[in-house]
Design a protein around this ligand. Sequence first.
Ligand code: FPP
Length: 238
Amino acid sequence: MTVPRHVAIIMDGNGRWASRRGLPRSAGHKAGLKPVRTCIELCRRLGIPYLTLFAFSSENWSRPVTEVGFLMNLFIETIERELDDLAQQSVEVRFIGDRAALGAPIVERIVAAEARAVPDAQLRLTIAIAYGGRWDIVQAVRGLATDVAEGHLAADEISEAELAKRLGLGSLPDPDLFIRTGGEKRISNFLLWNLAYSELWFSDRLWPEFSADDFAEAVADFSGRERRFGGVPSVERT
Ligand code: FPP
């Protein structure tokens, strides 16, 4: 079976999962940690080396202040609690997103988590917090403009590769498989540049219910697809 090298996930449906049970939305976010662990475990088992999760978007700041506060605390506690375990499981953690928009307590945890070396990590987990695909492209373009202004790069040396390496994911391969739970069929300003040729998989499952079987189903479907990247099918190539 061809497994994807890189899976990117929009974990949607926490709020609805909680509301349907008469619980506060925060209970849905808490319950959303279990499928995160499940997906990490499955990536390791299937030999998928890159997993990227959309935890908090640039647009999520418009949520009620109590929900935003709850999510930030959940991220802080989770990073602190899980980091040792993740390192022991050979998982290296990185973050992408606008750190200037985040408070000092979470930035401190992010910096500490990224300082943790995991030699020969089996899985590189990237967590997108305060992330937006348009923001990412803009900050990469700003980097290009600065390098041109400072004479490190000529304007005609600007290329897809030069732009891509300044994006949050940097040198990581583009996601092969994009998964969104919660029933909506949108990219919602996730990795706009990097998802250009990703295979898309939408699940009606609400994120807290997303199981190992659901993840395996998405991977199995991916393995049956022919990826053409704008070319023609291999059997018609003559
Ligand atoms: C979207 O569901 C989910 C979020 C905005 C938060 C996702 C965060 C977690 C699952 C916690 C994971 C933590 C780490 C550290 C990776 P929603 O609230 O938009 O659901 P709704 O569409 O039903 O309202």
